[in-house]
Design a protein around this ligand. Structure first.
Ligand code: MLT
Length: 392
């Protein structure tokens, strides 16, 4: 059968950025190119053994082979709440203020379906993780882009949002430590965002999967550390980046119980929860020793330092990220984001992500995810150096 026309909502979407990058990479691999990919924020380090053991033991137990509960096992939600108390000093009721997700991406994509009606506005940073916009579009909402610029430290200017737009807005998305820019948000900004959400009675959805990947003694805060945040905010967390578990698909959202209940209702109708064995693995991750997280950070930091030093030596004026595993690199004069990334792939076999793939305001930048080892970072930088490309 042929002639199936995709829905207008799909026609309105560009190809999914990371699927597209993967396609381009595979094309080169098929040609026999030894591709070095900095394209996706997917840790190459293994999941710690105690987490794998917890999965294996739970997978062998027939009690875990049936449908899990929709909102997640209470023991998993309790582990998430305990982790929040230890890590951020925030108290959460595991029964109502923690919701288990099939990875935070799933909960991000579904949130607008619970709260956005056609014509409502969703405030989305630009550049940003593409799922904030895609979820808005699927719910029939309109995206209002908030540019993140170097001049403002990649924090949106909430004061510049027109009153008429703020009035129609249902959700404000924020994400710190930030993907793709690697920027971090000071407490004052988080407080300003909570005040904005309270003033305009909208949902503040803070996506925080990189909170544990931080360097030089910096410890990112939770949005729930801000007084009054629980009245308006939820925060997304994922074990994916913290414990090298992107393939396992488990995350959680915490905060305002009413917002989580709405998201949970969408999920009851769309999915059947997370495999219990994976939830037991999540419990092992959140409740076990956190030494593995510190060990990972040391590895990310070494890679960051090698990468940033090599880029600067080639003339790129790139900031040193305090958190996340992303470097946000201004492309050299004479290039666009796309032409720079295409050149690196075609001539050096190096995949980096074009900044404009994260939104129009990302034009002029490329994102480098340092999720490959130091030897491969050096090799990639050598290849780029040999092209004679100089940053400006
Ligand atoms: C990214 O590269 O931006 C992220 O890894 C994608 C994701 O988390 O889905």
């Amino acid at each position: 059968m042929s002639g199936y026309t995709q829905s207008q909502r799909l026609q309105g979407l560009p190809p999914y950025l990371f699927a597209e990058l993967d396609r381009m990479k595979q094309e080169q691999v098929k040609k026999g190119v030894d591709v070095i990919s900095f394209g996706i924020g997917d840790p190459d380090l293994p999941t710690p053994p105690h987490i794998i053991q917890a999965l294996a033991a739970a997978a062998a137990d027939p009690k875990n082979h049936q449908y899990p509960s929709y909102e997640g096992m209470l023991t998993f939600r309790k582990a998430a709440a305990d982790w929040y108390r230890t890590r951020f000093g925030v108290s959460l009721d595991p029964a109502t203020e923690v919701l288990t997700l099939i990875g935070s991406k799933e909960g991000i994509g579904h949130l607008p379906l619970a709260f956005v009606n056609p014509g409502d506005v969703v405030l989305v940073p630009d550049p940003a993780y593409p799922v904030y916009q895609a979820g808005t579009l699927f719910a029939g909402g309109e995206t209002y882009c908030m540019p993140l610029t170097p001049a403002r430290g990649f924090l949106p200017d909430l004061g510049a949002i027109p009153a008429a737009v703020a009035k129609r807005a249902k959700i404000l998305w924020l994400n710190y430590p930030n993907n793709p820019t690697g920027a971090v948000a000071p407490r004052e900004f988080l407080a300003e965002a909570v005040a904005f959400a309270r003033r305009h009675r909208l949902i503040l959805a803070h996506d925080a999967p990189y909170s544990e990947i931080a360097f030089d003694g910096y410890r990112p805060e939770s949005i729930l550390n801000i007084d009054g945040a629980k009245e308006v905010a939820i925060e997304y967390h994922s074990v994916s980046k913290t414990y090298n578990m992107t393939g396992w698909r488990i995350g959680f959202a915490v905060g305002n119980a009413q917002i989580l209940a709405g998201l949970g209702r969408i999920k009851q109708n769309m999915d059947s929860g997370v495999f219990q064995a994976v939830q037991y693995a999540g419990i092992a991750a959140l409740s076990g020793s956190q030494q593995c997280v510190a060990d990972n950070c040391r590895i990310w930091q070494e890679r960051r330092d090698v990468l940033i030093a090599a880029l600067r030596e080639m003339g790129f004026s790139v900031a040193t990220p305090k958190a996340s595993f992303y470097a946000w690199v201004p492309v050299p004069a004479g290039f666009t984001s796309s032409s720079f990334c295409a050149d690196l792939l075609a001539k050096a076999g190096v995949v980096v992500t074009p900044g404009n793939g994260f939104g129009a305001a990302g034009e002029g930048f490329a994102r480098i995810a340092f999720t490959v080892n130091v030897d491969r970072i050096r090799e990639a930088m050598d290849r780029i150096r040999k092209l004679g490309i100089r940053g400006g």
